[in-house]
Design a protein around this ligand. Structure first.
Ligand SMILES: Cc1cc2nc3c(=O)[nH]c(=O)nc-3n(C[C@H](O)[C@H](O)[C@H](O)COP(=O)(O)OP(=O)(O)OC[C@H]3O[C@@H](n4cnc5c(N)ncnc54)[C@H](O)[C@@H]3O)c2cc1C
Length: 388
């Protein structure tokens, strides 16, 4: 077992770190307050090859793999959590189309997404289909040459600003999971529109909107894979997505921790820097260990994906652990700064608000526990390989 990154991974991580330091961190607060999504920043990340991380070169990507992608998301999240999150979602979307799409769809959709010319979004959730995602009702009725889609999707990351949307729709009302199909919808398609930008507790540099479909025609050629296979695709994509979100959570927590530690070394009370009090030293020691444990869990889940191994268990455990950790670390960072931590003139309250969403999306942490327990109690499907 080798815990060392190779030269390429170190170089790519440095590029992401430099970008986050120069382009993201100085703007993150302003974007959050003004609810600004910066297309220019996305374009720059395209030029840095961060937009097709799992996609082979002939289809416009760099195929650096999951572990390297985790390093990138971790670094981006240190600069701006919202940006890291939508990049993780974008890469998940490109890969879903690449994995399940045909050659024509790879040419039309994957290449421009992977090259950073287009931004991708993923739409599964509806008002009555959150954790119970298979309950979705957005209908795609079969007509000659395609489908007529009607319905509303909820809470779409990059809604309104993305160019391509992978949308899970119901093509068969008689079936639950097997009645769901995946379609790609391009911004500007007649009958396809967006709800208003949802103001949120945090993550406001990443727009979240509804998608509205009103008699929207989608050709057969824009359905991904076979009819009725969409739910499997949605869940399989989320496995990787959870590793990405876990990596974002590690970066966010590290940023909050570094800020709080630096503060504690400078802040003097009772005539001494507050970091010299054992009450804070023990806290700092625990937080550092929890960040490191989360990082290793995420890197391991990512490495399993790179090896082509099963990883539903590791991805769910990593997402659950890393995002709960990020909530704790960011909350404690506010505590370490005391009253200053509660003020908007310091960044830690924003980190704390950012962390909350990571426990909720891409499967709430309760849902992760369901996945973990299900994987651990599986009786069919064979034994998991012994990887240690
Ligand atoms: C900022 C933001 C961005 C998002 N981006 C996207 C996106 O890009 N694409 C997309 O499709 N969706 C997106 N979502 C939706 C997100 O994935 C859902 O909100 C999430 O899956 C939870 O669904 P819900 O909100 O309906 O909560 P519910 O499913 O109603 O859950 C409510 C509570 O009940 C708990 N619960 C539910 N079922 C169980 C159970 N069986 N056992 C124990 N506890 C349970 C949950 O854990 C939660 O605590 C986004 C949401 C937000 C807030």
């Amino acid at each position: 077992m080798d815990f060392k990154l190779n030269d390429e991974q170190r170089l790519i991580r440095k590029a992401a770190r430099d970008f986050a330091t120069k382009e993201l961190a100085p703007n993150a607060r302003e974007w959050e307050e003004s609810h600004t999504f910066s297309r220019e920043v996305f374009d720059k990340m395209g030029r840095l090859d961060f937009t097709g991380l799992y996609i082979p070169e002939e289809h416009g990507g760099t195929e650096v793999g999951r572990l390297t992608a985790a390093l990138i998301f971790e670094e981006l999240a240190k600069g701006c959590f919202a940006t890291a999150v939508y990049m993780s979602v974008h890469n998940m979307v490109v890969n879903l189309i690449y994995q399940y799409g045909n050659e024509d769809q790879r040419r039309r959709f994957v290449k421009p997404l992977a090259m950073g010319e287009k931004l991708g979004a993923y739409s599964l959730t509806e008002a009555d289909a959150g954790s119970d995602a298979a309950n979705l009702t957005c209908m795609a009725v079969k007509v000659d040459g395609g489908y007529i889609v009607n319905g509303t999707k909820l809470y779409v990351t990059s809604g309104g600003v993305a160019d391509l949307y992978v949308v899970m729709v119901r093509t068969d009302e008689a079936q639950k999971q097997k009645g769901i199909s995946a379609i790609v919808v391009e911004k500007g398609t007649p009958g396809f529109s967006f709800g208003p930008y949802e103001p949120k507790m945090g993550l406001n540099a990443s727009p979240t909107t509804e998608l509205h479909f009103q008699d929207c025609f989608i050709p057969d050629s824009d359905r991904i894979g076979e009819e009725g296979r969409g739910f499997n695709m949605a869940l399989s994509a989320l496995n990787g997505g959870r590793v990405g979100i876990g990596a974002c959570a590690v970066g966010l927590a590290q940023q909050a921790f570094d800020y709080a530690l630096n503060y504690a070394q400078k802040r003097v009370q009772f005539g001494r820097p507050i970091v010299s009090f054992q009450g804070l030293q023990f806290l700092i020691a625990d937080l550092a260990a929890e960040i490191e444990a989360s990082r290793l869990m995420i890197y391991r889940a990512a490495s399993l994906m790179d090896l082509g191994e099963q990883c539903a268990l590791e991805a769910a455990m990593g997402k659950r652990f890393a995002t709960d950790m990020a909530m704790r670390v960011t909350t404690e960072a506010v505590q370490i700064l005391g009253g200053y931590g509660y003020m908007r003139s310091y960044p830690v309250e924003m980190y704390m608000r950012s962390a909350k969403i990571a426990q909720i999306f891409e499967g709430t942490n309760q849902v992760q526990r369901i996945v973990i327990a299900r994987e651990l109690t599986k009786t069919k499907g064979g034994k998991r390989p012994d990887l240690y």
